[in-house]
Design a protein around this ligand. Structure first.
Ligand code: MF3
Ligand code: CO
Ligand code: CO
Length: 264
Protein backbone atom coordinates (compact mmCIF):
# COMPACT_ATOMS: atom_id res chain seq x y z
CA UNK A 1 0.00 0.00 0.00
CA UNK A 2 1.39 3.39 -0.94
CA UNK A 3 -1.08 5.38 1.16
CA UNK A 4 -1.20 5.52 4.96
CA UNK A 5 -3.59 2.84 6.17
CA UNK A 6 -5.96 4.79 8.40
CA UNK A 7 -8.78 2.25 8.23
CA UNK A 8 -7.46 -1.22 8.85
CA UNK A 9 -9.47 -4.15 7.44
CA UNK A 10 -10.52 -6.69 10.06
CA UNK A 11 -8.91 -10.12 10.28
CA UNK A 12 -10.96 -13.27 9.63
CA UNK A 13 -11.10 -13.88 13.39
CA UNK A 14 -12.44 -10.39 13.99
CA UNK A 15 -15.00 -10.75 11.19
CA UNK A 16 -16.28 -13.98 12.72
CA UNK A 17 -16.84 -12.10 16.00
CA UNK A 18 -18.55 -9.26 14.12
CA UNK A 19 -20.80 -11.85 12.48
CA UNK A 20 -21.91 -13.11 15.86
CA UNK A 21 -22.39 -9.60 17.27
CA UNK A 22 -24.32 -8.57 14.17
CA UNK A 23 -26.67 -11.52 14.35
CA UNK A 24 -27.34 -10.87 18.04
CA UNK A 25 -28.19 -7.22 17.34
CA UNK A 26 -30.59 -8.31 14.59
CA UNK A 27 -32.19 -10.80 16.96
CA UNK A 28 -33.01 -8.01 19.40
CA UNK A 29 -35.00 -6.25 16.64
CA UNK A 30 -36.74 -9.53 15.74
CA UNK A 31 -37.60 -10.06 19.40
CA UNK A 32 -38.97 -6.55 19.99
CA UNK A 33 -41.07 -6.39 16.79
CA UNK A 34 -44.34 -7.82 18.22
CA UNK A 35 -44.09 -5.40 21.17
CA UNK A 36 -44.04 -2.25 19.02
CA UNK A 37 -47.74 -1.46 19.25
CA UNK A 38 -50.08 1.44 20.03
CA UNK A 39 -50.00 2.16 23.77
CA UNK A 40 -46.60 0.70 24.61
CA UNK A 41 -44.14 3.21 26.05
CA UNK A 42 -40.65 3.57 24.63
CA UNK A 43 -39.41 3.01 28.18
CA UNK A 44 -41.09 -0.42 28.19
CA UNK A 45 -39.45 -1.26 24.84
CA UNK A 46 -36.10 -0.29 26.34
CA UNK A 47 -36.63 -2.49 29.39
CA UNK A 48 -37.66 -5.52 27.31
CA UNK A 49 -34.60 -5.11 25.07
CA UNK A 50 -32.27 -4.50 28.02
CA UNK A 51 -33.43 -7.61 29.85
CA UNK A 52 -33.19 -9.73 26.69
CA UNK A 53 -29.67 -8.53 25.93
CA UNK A 54 -28.33 -8.88 29.45
CA UNK A 55 -30.16 -11.97 30.72
CA UNK A 56 -30.78 -14.07 27.60
CA UNK A 57 -28.12 -13.09 25.09
CA UNK A 58 -25.47 -12.23 27.67
CA UNK A 59 -24.59 -9.21 25.56
CA UNK A 60 -23.86 -5.65 26.68
CA UNK A 61 -26.14 -2.83 25.46
CA UNK A 62 -23.58 -0.43 24.00
CA UNK A 63 -25.65 2.80 24.35
CA UNK A 64 -26.07 2.47 28.13
CA UNK A 65 -23.72 5.03 29.72
CA UNK A 66 -22.08 5.70 26.32
CA UNK A 67 -20.97 9.34 26.76
CA UNK A 68 -23.66 9.41 29.44
CA UNK A 69 -26.59 8.07 27.38
CA UNK A 70 -29.09 6.86 30.01
CA UNK A 71 -30.80 3.90 28.28
CA UNK A 72 -29.99 0.66 26.44
CA UNK A 73 -31.55 1.41 23.02
CA UNK A 74 -32.53 4.53 21.09
CA UNK A 75 -36.19 5.11 20.18
CA UNK A 76 -36.83 7.95 17.76
CA UNK A 77 -40.49 8.81 17.15
CA UNK A 78 -41.89 10.90 14.24
CA UNK A 79 -39.89 14.15 13.99
CA UNK A 80 -37.07 12.68 16.11
CA UNK A 81 -34.20 11.89 13.72
CA UNK A 82 -31.97 9.85 16.05
CA UNK A 83 -30.77 9.33 19.63
CA UNK A 84 -34.29 9.47 21.11
CA UNK A 85 -34.20 8.52 24.79
CA UNK A 86 -36.73 5.85 25.80
CA UNK A 87 -39.21 7.12 28.38
CA UNK A 88 -41.93 5.53 30.48
CA UNK A 89 -44.19 8.51 29.76
CA UNK A 90 -43.78 8.38 25.95
CA UNK A 91 -46.51 6.06 24.69
CA UNK A 92 -46.72 5.18 21.02
CA UNK A 93 -49.98 6.34 19.44
CA UNK A 94 -51.88 5.45 16.28
CA UNK A 95 -49.95 6.26 13.06
CA UNK A 96 -46.65 7.05 14.79
CA UNK A 97 -43.45 6.03 13.07
CA UNK A 98 -40.57 4.92 15.29
CA UNK A 99 -36.97 3.92 14.76
CA UNK A 100 -35.57 1.36 17.19
CA UNK A 101 -31.76 1.39 17.20
CA UNK A 102 -29.94 -1.50 18.87
CA UNK A 103 -26.21 -1.83 19.49
CA UNK A 104 -24.86 -4.82 21.38
CA UNK A 105 -21.35 -5.85 22.41
CA UNK A 106 -20.41 -9.54 22.38
CA UNK A 107 -16.88 -10.83 22.90
CA UNK A 108 -15.61 -7.22 22.62
CA UNK A 109 -17.18 -6.58 19.18
CA UNK A 110 -20.15 -4.41 18.27
CA UNK A 111 -23.24 -5.01 16.13
CA UNK A 112 -25.32 -1.90 15.32
CA UNK A 113 -28.65 -1.92 13.49
CA UNK A 114 -31.96 -0.07 13.39
CA UNK A 115 -35.30 -0.27 11.68
CA UNK A 116 -38.51 1.69 11.36
CA UNK A 117 -41.93 0.59 12.58
CA UNK A 118 -45.27 2.11 11.67
CA UNK A 119 -47.64 1.79 14.60
CA UNK A 120 -51.38 1.18 14.09
CA UNK A 121 -52.88 2.79 10.98
CA UNK A 122 -50.26 3.54 8.32
CA UNK A 123 -50.50 6.97 6.72
CA UNK A 124 -49.53 7.10 3.07
CA UNK A 125 -46.98 9.92 3.39
CA UNK A 126 -45.27 8.10 6.25
CA UNK A 127 -45.22 4.76 4.42
CA UNK A 128 -43.56 6.39 1.45
CA UNK A 129 -40.88 8.06 3.58
CA UNK A 130 -40.18 4.86 5.51
CA UNK A 131 -39.97 2.75 2.34
CA UNK A 132 -37.80 5.25 0.48
CA UNK A 133 -35.35 5.49 3.37
CA UNK A 134 -35.08 1.70 3.41
CA UNK A 135 -34.43 1.71 -0.33
CA UNK A 136 -31.64 4.25 0.26
CA UNK A 137 -29.89 1.78 2.57
CA UNK A 138 -30.41 -1.16 0.21
CA UNK A 139 -29.22 0.75 -2.86
CA UNK A 140 -26.02 1.59 -1.00
CA UNK A 141 -25.54 -2.02 0.08
CA UNK A 142 -26.03 -3.14 -3.52
CA UNK A 143 -23.03 -1.20 -4.86
CA UNK A 144 -20.55 -2.13 -2.12
CA UNK A 145 -17.45 -4.04 -3.21
CA UNK A 146 -13.70 -3.49 -2.98
CA UNK A 147 -12.55 -0.51 -5.04
CA UNK A 148 -15.65 1.66 -4.76
CA UNK A 149 -15.35 4.81 -2.69
CA UNK A 150 -17.31 6.21 0.23
CA UNK A 151 -18.47 9.08 -1.99
CA UNK A 152 -20.20 6.52 -4.21
CA UNK A 153 -22.23 5.34 -1.21
CA UNK A 154 -23.17 8.86 -0.18
CA UNK A 155 -24.10 9.79 -3.70
CA UNK A 156 -26.47 6.90 -4.34
CA UNK A 157 -28.29 7.55 -1.07
CA UNK A 158 -28.59 11.28 -1.72
CA UNK A 159 -29.75 10.72 -5.29
CA UNK A 160 -32.54 8.35 -4.29
CA UNK A 161 -33.71 10.54 -1.40
CA UNK A 162 -33.64 13.81 -3.31
CA UNK A 163 -35.25 12.39 -6.45
CA UNK A 164 -38.19 11.54 -4.17
CA UNK A 165 -38.16 15.13 -2.86
CA UNK A 166 -36.80 14.19 0.55
CA UNK A 167 -33.65 15.54 2.20
CA UNK A 168 -30.60 13.87 3.73
CA UNK A 169 -29.40 14.70 7.24
CA UNK A 170 -25.77 15.94 7.16
CA UNK A 171 -24.78 16.22 10.81
CA UNK A 172 -24.92 12.50 11.63
CA UNK A 173 -23.45 9.64 9.65
CA UNK A 174 -22.51 5.98 9.50
CA UNK A 175 -19.21 4.86 10.98
CA UNK A 176 -16.53 2.22 11.16
CA UNK A 177 -17.28 -0.32 13.86
CA UNK A 178 -15.47 -3.16 15.59
CA UNK A 179 -14.03 -3.23 19.09
CA UNK A 180 -14.99 0.45 19.11
CA UNK A 181 -18.62 1.58 18.72
CA UNK A 182 -17.74 4.53 16.48
CA UNK A 183 -14.42 4.41 14.65
CA UNK A 184 -13.02 5.61 11.34
CA UNK A 185 -14.23 6.07 8.66
CA UNK A 186 -17.20 8.43 8.75
CA UNK A 187 -19.77 7.19 6.25
CA UNK A 188 -21.64 10.22 4.93
CA UNK A 189 -25.06 9.72 3.37
CA UNK A 190 -24.44 12.35 0.71
CA UNK A 191 -21.49 12.97 -1.57
CA UNK A 192 -19.72 12.88 -4.90
CA UNK A 193 -19.02 9.71 -6.89
CA UNK A 194 -15.36 8.71 -7.16
CA UNK A 195 -14.29 10.62 -4.05
CA UNK A 196 -13.33 9.55 -0.55
CA UNK A 197 -11.85 6.41 0.96
CA UNK A 198 -11.52 3.39 -1.32
CA UNK A 199 -13.11 0.28 0.16
CA UNK A 200 -11.07 -2.84 0.83
CA UNK A 201 -12.09 -6.38 1.67
CA UNK A 202 -12.52 -6.77 5.44
CA UNK A 203 -13.56 -3.21 6.26
CA UNK A 204 -16.55 -3.09 8.61
CA UNK A 205 -18.84 -0.10 8.92
CA UNK A 206 -22.45 0.97 9.29
CA UNK A 207 -24.70 2.69 6.79
CA UNK A 208 -27.60 4.49 8.47
CA UNK A 209 -29.26 7.12 6.29
CA UNK A 210 -31.52 9.61 8.06
CA UNK A 211 -34.04 10.93 5.55
CA UNK A 212 -36.36 13.87 6.23
CA UNK A 213 -39.78 14.53 4.72
CA UNK A 214 -39.08 18.27 4.78
CA UNK A 215 -35.82 20.17 5.11
CA UNK A 216 -32.56 18.52 6.15
CA UNK A 217 -31.77 20.76 9.12
CA UNK A 218 -31.53 19.34 12.61
CA UNK A 219 -32.02 20.57 16.16
CA UNK A 220 -30.40 19.11 19.28
CA UNK A 221 -32.46 19.13 22.45
CA UNK A 222 -30.31 21.17 24.84
CA UNK A 223 -32.15 19.94 27.94
CA UNK A 224 -31.42 16.24 27.51
CA UNK A 225 -28.31 16.69 25.36
CA UNK A 226 -29.26 13.80 23.04
CA UNK A 227 -32.57 13.99 21.19
CA UNK A 228 -32.08 15.17 17.61
CA UNK A 229 -35.20 16.40 15.81
CA UNK A 230 -35.98 17.96 12.47
CA UNK A 231 -35.87 21.75 12.67
CA UNK A 232 -39.14 22.01 10.73
CA UNK A 233 -40.93 19.44 12.89
CA UNK A 234 -41.72 17.13 9.98
CA UNK A 235 -41.15 13.35 9.92
CA UNK A 236 -37.76 11.64 9.66
CA UNK A 237 -36.90 7.99 9.02
CA UNK A 238 -33.74 5.88 9.37
CA UNK A 239 -32.57 2.31 8.73
CA UNK A 240 -29.17 0.93 9.70
CA UNK A 241 -27.04 -2.12 8.99
CA UNK A 242 -23.52 -3.15 9.91
CA UNK A 243 -21.68 -4.60 6.90
CA UNK A 244 -18.33 -6.15 6.01
CA UNK A 245 -16.76 -5.69 2.59
CA UNK A 246 -16.12 -9.09 0.96
CA UNK A 247 -14.11 -10.15 -2.12
CA UNK A 248 -16.99 -9.53 -4.52
CA UNK A 249 -19.49 -7.45 -2.57
CA UNK A 250 -20.49 -7.24 1.05
CA UNK A 251 -22.11 -9.25 3.78
CA UNK A 252 -24.89 -7.68 5.86
CA UNK A 253 -23.88 -8.72 9.36
CA UNK A 254 -27.13 -7.50 10.91
CA UNK A 255 -29.59 -8.98 8.39
CA UNK A 256 -32.84 -10.11 9.98
CA UNK A 257 -34.36 -13.52 9.24
CA UNK A 258 -37.27 -12.21 7.22
CA UNK A 259 -35.04 -9.82 5.35
CA UNK A 260 -33.35 -12.02 2.67
CA UNK A 261 -30.41 -9.60 2.56
CA UNK A 262 -27.21 -11.61 2.73
CA UNK A 263 -24.66 -11.38 -0.07
CA UNK A 264 -21.31 -13.15 0.15
N1 MF3 B 1 -26.73 3.44 17.57
C1 MF3 B 1 -26.38 4.78 17.21
C2 MF3 B 1 -25.61 4.69 15.92
O1 MF3 B 1 -26.12 4.12 15.02
C3 MF3 B 1 -25.60 5.49 18.25
C4 MF3 B 1 -26.32 5.70 19.50
S1 MF3 B 1 -25.27 6.45 20.61
C5 MF3 B 1 -26.26 6.67 21.95
O2 MF3 B 1 -24.49 5.07 15.77
F1 MF3 B 1 -25.49 7.04 22.89
F2 MF3 B 1 -27.18 7.54 21.65
F3 MF3 B 1 -26.83 5.53 22.23
CO1 CO C 1 -24.46 3.31 13.99
CO1 CO D 1 -27.30 2.47 15.58
Amino acid sequence: MNVPQMVKPKTLEEIEKMRIAGRLAAEVLEMITPHVQVGVSTGELDKICHDYMVNIQKTTPAPLNYHGFPKSICTSVNQVICHGIPSDTKQLKDSDIVNVDVTIIKDDYHGDTSQMFIVGTPQQHAVKLVETSRECLYKAIDIIKPGIRLGDIGHIIQKHAESNHYSVVREYCGHGIGRTFHEEPQVLHYGTPGTGLKLQEGMTFTIEPMINLGKRHTKLNKKDGWTVTTKDGRLSAQWEHTIVVTKNGCEVLTARQNEHYFRG
